[in-house]
Ligand binder design. Structure first.
Ligand code: AGP
Length: 610
């Protein structure tokens, strides 16, 4: 979950590394550090806390030099501290690492028996000592020492290494954790993802597991763990550096909420055939043959992506008439989940790297199921290991709390539902057209909702003191209630529960009193009457109700303490709309509390641990 970056070129490395880390900080932000070759050898600065602390330290203690590596950490082995911050140094070798070395205890004992004294609790320091030992034992080149050392290591890693033995080189390697290499003008960079390299290049090589890259100013060469050269193709990415900037918004999250209309429009672009009420299969990673042979759909995901999958289930069941199951990635490995060869397993993941979802994909593939990835990050692990991929086109999402990627995932799942429905004769062309037309109207309806942001802010101001909030909804409003609750707890640290409104009477109703805000998603849809009755039950117990209602619903207006209006819209696309006021509500509550909205405590955007 950490972020790593490396630079070798003609410019000063420190500002480039810090800028790269800034773009990777969403991956972890409890400590940071850099190692840079300068006139005195390898200069290392590590600091506890967010990147700005490192930035300040480097202003006080500048490091010159044009070759270096950097790291931003999300602690796994050892608490957040300066000693445990990367880079880890042994002899003249410095290493940054993202991942987990599984056999670190055995290796640590072996190295200690050799006389090594460790200065941190991390698994990473072992790698630095192994490389140092290999160099001292006569490895002729840094790349060779890295190869020898990685031969001893089990687990997942992306590493970047510099050494005083070869001050003009960075060696980077990948196994299980992502690593991208990019060529700028007379410079080479590597990093955990595209965003770190974007201001230098848009031509990137996504390393494969087992790849080792040797970077110098002159270029890069790739080899494998056996020392054989390998060829890797460069891909041009269509994200621009500007997309990864805040662009005048106070937080990335707010910017990303406002980018949802464009994220949706981009995700459908070129993929729909409105007249035929259909979706182009090749564009969404599906084929006629897969659609026809599928007997069940299994969606696997975590967190916000799981909530998108829950909405997807309603669509796939309704439009494609296929039995559909949704499972948390982390639970697949805890159950004897049964996958069949004629299952279509859809792995939904913004980052494409989530460890738990990867585990579920492996289990599904082992059972012979077809796996389709829905991911936002090009060439990330899950699309790579799946049989097909549908990339959402939300652009880089930096805020740890996912917003625009959720909307783009919904779009992807709706397109999949239509495609499956049309192939399986469960959906006629006219209904397909109606659904897809509704999808095309969603961006302007969301713009309308965003126009009410100030009103949502005023409601948030009145809710900011709440320590507990209940979110309710029925049908596809239920996953939206779950998502509203997740957003609120992630960034405002208030306790929030999402519940199926029909379940309220089975327990949560005991919580209701005049102090508990209850947010109810209650648009005019097929669940309306029943949810309306639940709102009355809350009111009868003095609960204060904040309702998301369709414009003009006077009956709800009278019942609600606050009402967040939704535009008239097709039922098919309501989840794309109802989530927006809930995202804004969470955002404004957290911002009012003065929280670090983009980097909430204890979280990381890419969760590569179990
Ligand atoms: C979303 O706000 C969260 N930070 C988190 O729940 C996230 O959705 C989850 O970790 C899954 O991530 P993924 O989509 O990258 O797989």
């Amino acid at each position: 979950m950490c972020g790593i970056v490396g630079y070798v070129g003609k410019q000063l490395a420190a500002p480039i590394l810090v800028d790269g880390l800034r773009r990777l900080e969403y991956r972890g932000y409890d400590s940071a550090g850099v190692a840079i070759h300068n006139a005195e050898g390898l200069g290392v600065v590590r600091t506890l806390g967010k990147l700005r602390v490192l930035h300040e330290a480097l202003s006080e203690q500048p490091l010159s030099g044009t070759v270096g590596i950097g790291h931003t950490r999300w602690a796994t082995h050892g608490r957040p501290s300066e000693e445990n911050a990367h880079p880890h140094v042994a002899g003249g070798v410095a290493v940054v690492h993202n991942g987990i070395i599984e056999n670190h205890i055995a290796l640590r004992r072996e190295l200690e028996a050799d006389g090594v004294v460790f200065s941190s609790d991390t698994d990473t320091e072992i790698v630095a000592h192994l490389i140092d030992r290999a160099l001292r034992a006569g490895a002729s080149k840094l790349v060779e020492a890295v190869r020898i050392s990685l031969g001893r290591v089990q687990g997942a890693y992306a590493i970047a290494v510099v050494s005083e033995h070869e001050p003009a080189t960075i060696v980077a390697a990948r196994h299980g954790s992502p690593l991208v290499v990019g060529a700028g003008d007379g410079e080479m960079l590597c990093g955990s993802d595209i965003a770190a390299l974007l201001s230098h290049t848009r031509d990137m090589v996504f390393l494969e597991d087992g790849d080792i890259a040797e970077l110098t100013c002159a270029g890069v060469s790739y080899s494998n763990l056996a020392g054989e050269p390998v060829e890797r193709e460069s891909k041009r990415v269509d994200w621009s550096p500007v997309m990864a900037e805040r662009g005048g918004y106070k937080h990335f999250m707010l910017k990303e909420i406002h980018e949802q209309p464009e994220a949706i429009a981009a995700t459908v672009r070129g993929r729909l055939d409105l007249d035929a009420g259909d979706v182009h299969g090749g564009e969404i990673g599906l084929t006629e043959e897969i659609a026809k042979r599928t007997r069940r759909v299994y969606l696997v995901a975590c967190g916000t992506s799981y909530h998108a999958s829950l909405v997807g289930r309603y669509w796939i069941e309704s439009l494609a008439k296929l039995p559909t199951f949704v499972e948390l990635g982390s639970e697949v490995s805890c159950r004897d989940c049964v996958f069949f060869e004629d299952d279509l397993v859809i792995a939904v993941s913004q980052s494409g790297e989530t460890f738990d979802t990867i585990g579920a994909v492996k289990a599904a593939k082992a059972a012979g199921a077809t796996v389709l990835a829905v991911a936002n990050v090009l060439d990330s692990a899950i699309p790579r290991m799946s049989h097909g991929a549908l990339y959402t086109r939300a652009g880089p999402e930096i805020g740890v709390a996912s917003t625009k990627c959720f909307s783009a995932q919904l779009v992807a799942l709706l397109m999949i539902a239509v495609y499956l429905g049309r192939r399986r004769d469960a959906l006629d062309a006219a209904t397909g057209t109606e659904v897809l037309q509704a999808l095309c109207e969603a961006p302007s309806q969301i713009n309308e909702l965003l126009g009410d942001a100030d009103y949502v802010r005023s409601v948030a101001a009145q809710m900011a003191h709440a320590t507990d909030v209940l979110f309710l909804g029925r049908g596809y409003n239920y996953p939206i209630a779950l998502e509203g609750a997740l957003k609120l707890k992630e960034i405002s640290y208030a306790h929030a529960e999402g519940y199926a409104a029909g379940e309220m009477k089975h327990g949560p109703i005991a919580l209701i009193d005049e102090d508990l805000p209850v947010v109810v998603v209650c648009p005019k849809d097929r669940t309306y009457e029943k949810t309306f009755a639940n709102i009355q039950e809350v009111r009868a117990r003095e609960g204060q109700v904040i309702v998301l209602a369709t414009k003009g619903d006077e009956a709800l207006h009278e019942l609600a303490a606050h009402i967040l209006w939704l535009p008239e819209a097709s039922e098919w696309t309501l989840p794309l709309l109802t989530v927006v006021p809930l995202q804004l509500l969470a955002y404004y509550i957290a911002a009012r509390k003065g929280h670090d909205v983009d980097q909430p405590r204890n979280l990381a955007k890419t969760v590569t641990v179990e």
